[in-house]
Design a binder for this molecule. Structure first.
Ligand SMILES: Cc1cc2nc3c(=O)[nH]c(=O)nc-3n(C[C@H](O)[C@H](O)[C@H](O)COP(=O)(O)OP(=O)(O)OC[C@H]3O[C@@H](n4cnc5c(N)ncnc54)[C@H](O)[C@@H]3O)c2cc1C
Length: 285
């Protein structure tokens, strides 16, 4: 755990089957700064002697891990969806070419450390265990840095960011216009989801690019992805293909999204989505 005021978070993490937590709690680690975080994680890696260092993908870890791998003269694999430990060998699976194929990467023996950044939500959160972990505070001195992050301004949304959301309601060109995204927002509100979109919708200026799912948008892996009026182009599937359960609502029974869907509803989004919302409201009440 690295950050400002992370001691409490370290305590709550300790319930999930972890045996040891290394923590650096420092006011100057409040906002991500590559030089500071490099120094902090280097201290933790050296203190723990860790060989395999795994992080969930985020803007921070995608920036930090390649730097660390270079520093430790070690291998780095990003966008990983599965890790296999076979004897002394550690293999990491990662999709390529918008998910058309996968690559198995293996760390060579000369790589002293092994750095992996995984897509979020690839493995379930372990059940809370009774035992708690021991927490070791690692010493840390702020190094000199050429950049200081003064402030991070969060967006207004109270919903989790798309890449971390466990439920996503996504809209495509079938929504016909930005004004109709209201029915997706209503459904999302009921089931605690974050709203996403296809590129067609973003390119039309209906919603901001931050909502785009796909090859040139965000990669998501929620427990539930509800695709509304989205055809399921390969570039869209590249971003949501690892979703656990996919529900597709499309009036064209031949739409490619149905090949990816766990449940398919052939119908008009303007009829189906409000009905789903009503039913979810009843069930959740
Ligand atoms: C290099 C490159 C990168 C790209 N990156 C991305 C990316 O990151 N993300 C992405 O999404 N796309 C991306 N695309 C674009 C992608 O190829 C598709 O054009 C796009 O995904 C289509 O969006 P859509 O499904 O919303 O629209 P369409 O393909 O137009 O599909 C609309 C769907 O809505 C259905 N529909 C219409 N009316 C209704 C209704 N009333 N009720 C129910 N269903 C209805 C239709 O049957 C149709 O299937 C990329 C393309 C390229 C070339």
């Amino acid at each position: 755990m690295i950050g400002d005021g992370v001691s409490e978070a370290a305590q709550s993490l300790s319930k999930y089957g972890v045996t040891k937590i290394y923590s650096i709690d420092h006011a100057d680690l409040k906002n991500y700064n590559s030089a500071f975080y490099m120094a902090a994680l280097t201290n933790i890696i050296n203190s723990s002697g860790a060989e395999l260092i795994i992080a969930s993908a985020s803007m921070t870890t995608k920036d930090l891990f390649p730097r660390l791998a270079a520093k430790f003269d070690s291998g780095y694999v990003s966008d990983v969806v599965e890790i296999k430990v076979e004897g002394a060998s550690i293999k990491a699976k990662r999709p390529l070419y918008s998910g058309k194929c996968t690559a198995d990467a293996e760390f060579s023996a000369s790589s002293k450390k092994k750095f992996i950044v995984m897509r979020p939500n690839q493995y379930p959160v372990p059940a809370e265990a009774g035992a708690t972990a021991s927490i070791e505070t690692v010493s840390f001195t702020i190094p000199s840095a050429k950049i200081k992050v003064k402030e991070v301004v969060k967006s207004q949304s109270s919903k989790p960011d798309l890449s971390e959301a466990s439920i996503i309601v996504s809209g495509g060109r079938g929504m016909k216009g930005p004004e109709h995204f209201k029915i997706l927002e209503d459904l999302a509100e009921t089931i605690g989801a974050t709203v996403g979109a296809s590129r067609a919708v973003v390119d039309s200026g209906w919603v901001p690019h931050a909502l785009q799912v796909g090859q040139t948008g965000k990669t998501v892996a929620p427990n539930l992805y509800i695709a509304c009026g989205i055809s399921g182009a390969i570039q869209h599937l590249a971003g949501m293909g690892s979703s656990k359960v996919v529900v597709a609502i499309n009036k064209d029974p031949e739409a490619p999204i149905f090949k990816k869907a766990t449940y398919g509803i052939v119908g008009d989004v303007f009829e189906v989505v409000p009905k789903l919302n009503e039913e979810f409201k009843k069930i959740l009440a």
